[in-house]
Design a protein around this ligand. Structure first.
Ligand code: HEC
Length: 109
């Protein structure tokens, strides 16, 4: 009985540690790709909306979909652009994992 409890506790700790490592990895990957793809060159220069201001209205899935394929989100939400006064955002060259990581990174602000 105690053995089972002990293993259950150890397994719980292991899952927790892996989960933490995964998130640390994803946040770092997101941050690196955000820099690599020059996102800040538009988003913190007035060329695009200040992400810290506009992102709270969208869930992480929408943010992720938007980075992956802006046109699809424009279609789904029925408006283009999302932010009045700005141009449209174009697709960037990033893998699925990199896009997921960037969305997670952005939503962590
Ligand atoms: C060439 C300039 C440019 C670059 C580079 C750029 N963006 Fe954008 N981005 C925009 C513009 C303009 C908008 C506003 C589009 C709209 O309102 O429909 C936008 C909108 C967004 C939005 C949606 C904001 C909202 O209101 O929900 C997200 C998320 C986003 N960008 C993330 C990124 C990420 C991540 C990168 C880097 C991979 C990036 N952008 C690179 C110009 C850019």
């Amino acid at each position: 009985m105690f053995k089972i409890v002990k293993w259950a506790v150890l397994a719980g700790i292991a899952v927790f540690a892996l989960w933490g490592a995964y998130h640390t990895y994803m946040l770092d990957l997101g941050k690196r790709n955000f820099a690599r793809l020059g996102c800040a060159s538009c988003h913190f220069s007035g060329g695009g909306p200040n992400l810290a201001h506009v992102l709270p209205q969208y869930d992480e899935k929408t943010v992720e979909d938007f980075i992956r394929d802006p046109e699809a989100v424009y279609k789904r939400l029925g408006r283009k652009p999302l932010n009045p006064g700005f141009g449209v955002m174009h697709r960037v060259k990033a893998s699925d994992l990199e896009v997921t990581a960037m969305a997670e990174y952005l939503k962590s602000w």
